[in-house]
Design a protein around this ligand. Structure first.
Ligand SMILES: Cc1ncc(COP(=O)(O)O)c(C=O)c1O
Length: 413
């Protein structure tokens, strides 16, 4: 297969470029140092074990956890499945399967395992979010009063996204945690989109379980972690994969040492770079919006305002996210034109890109099908440059003008 020249890449919610420093840290474990971290009878095994131990310490430190609270997985999908299904398997009341609360705009990595649980008899409440056109509240956030009203005596789990992968809205997870814990429920937080874009501290969030994915913060694909609280309110899970008993029996299978080293290195770089990356990525995202609003008539932001804050003064939108709707333009046609012009963006979740239905997130935000189909998502990273943003803005404006021109000519003919 031929490889085309590198495009301007503004699809960093789908995945991110591997940081060369991460690759460098991984390489020895892919080549000469190939031991099995479970082999304690020779140096190759023992050094692999030591690499995993220090990666566990480093990743735990990056998210404010203790090393013994980290389970390495293949990514956030597996982590969320282990969290939700592993906790469900621990529910002792077998005739009543209990009740779970989540948000209607979650990623499918959470929605689908919960749908699976629903088929086994668990009741699932999917909370609505504040709508784009509601006029009060923060679009995309839940109303805490809705959460309060949703609890039943049987609620054993609340699962929420820290930062949404489509519209970048950040939930008030600390307040959600307070309610969950007051009702005796466990809180799972999907942190996949947040690392490297905001501070993530499992204690500050009040998370009992939290899912992470390395490829969202310049680490390798197929590598992730599940945080499982063991300090204070310890959480117990049943494993989904049985075998050699690795990861304290929670996730059997030979450890992928290079992937684990890559995850930890990427997390450390993300945390160390946060003070510089956050303002610079936000500046570029805002510059993109300023250029687009000046050149694309009718364009509007989906989700909260770019600099919106909540009552506590906390930012409510990921700094690298811009999701816009462009009335009268078919998003898929625009994306195809942009791709041909060397600009990679998307219409929403990469996992559902093959699904022609409008994004469930935008529909839950109260957008019409037409508005959702006219929407585009841009995701920036620490590798995005000002020059790329200039070119990207020009290409979007040119693409929109071209498509609107076609519409007008089509309409006249
Ligand atoms: C919010 C969120 N959760 C979970 C996932 C799944 O992550 P992974 O690709 O590591 O399975 C993604 C990836 O798109 C995501 O954006």
């Amino acid at each position: 297969m031929s490889v085309s020249p590198a495009p301007i890449y503004l699809d960093n919610h789908a995945t991110t470029r591997l940081d060369p420093r991460v690759l460098e840290a991984m390489l020895p474990w892919l080549t000469d140092h190939y031991g099995n971290a479970g082999s304690v009878t020779h140096d190759l095994g023992r050094e692999a074990r030591a690499a995993v131990d220090s990666a566990r310490e480093a990743f735990a430190a990056a998210i404010g956890a203790a090393a013994r609270e980290i389970v390495f997985t293949s990514g956030a999908t597996e982590s969320a499945n282990l969290a939700l299904l592993g906790l469900a398997a621990r529910q002792t009341n077998t005739d009543r399967r209990g009740h779970v609360i989540t948000i209607a705009t979650e990623h499918h990595a959470v929605l689908d395992p919960l749908e699976h649980l629903e088929r086994t008899g668990v009741a699932v409440t999917r909370l609505p979010v504040v709508g784009q056109h509601d006029g009060d509240g923060i679009p995309g956030r839940i109303r805490l009063a809705d959460l309060e009203a949703a609890f039943t005596p049987d609620t054993w789990l609340v699962s929420v996204l820290l930062a949404n992968n489509e519209i970048g809205v950040v939930q008030d997870v600390a307040a959600i945690a307070e309610q969950a814990h007051a009702r005796g429920a466990v809180l799972h937080v999907d942190c996949a989109q947040a690392v490297g874009r905001m501070r993530v501290d499992v204690d500050a969030l009040g998370a009992d379980l939290a899912s992470f994915s390395a490829h969202k913060f310049h680490g390798p694909k197929g590598s992730g972690a599940l945080y499982v609280r063991r300090r204070g309110r310890a959480v117990r899970l049943e494993p989904l994969v049985h075998g050699g008993g690795q990861e304290r029996g929670l996730r059997s299978g030979t450890l992928d040492v290079p992937a684990i080293v890559g995850l930890a290195t990427a997390a450390r770089l993300a945390v160390d770079g946060l003070a510089d990356d956050v303002p610079s990525i936000r500046g570029l995202r805002d510059a993109l919006w300023t250029r687009l609003v000046a050149t694309v008539p009718g364009i509007a932001v989906n989700g909260p305002g770019l600099d919106a804050t909540d009552a506590r003064g906390a930012a409510v939108r990921l700094v690298n996210n811009l999701n816009v709707r462009i009335p009268g333009v078919d998003g898929q046609s625009l994306l195809a034109a942009l791709s041909a012009a060397g600009l990679a963006a998307s219409s929403g979740s990469a996992c559902s890109a093959e699904n022609p239905r409008p994004s469930h997130v935008l529909r839950e935000l109260g957008l019409s099908d037409d508005e959702a189909r006219a929407s585009l998502r841009f995701g920036l990273s620490r590798f995005t440059t000002a020059a790329e943003i200039d070119v990207a803005a020009d290409r979007v404006a040119a693409g929109v003008a071209e498509l609107r021109g076609l519409c007008l000519r089509g309409g006249a003919g």
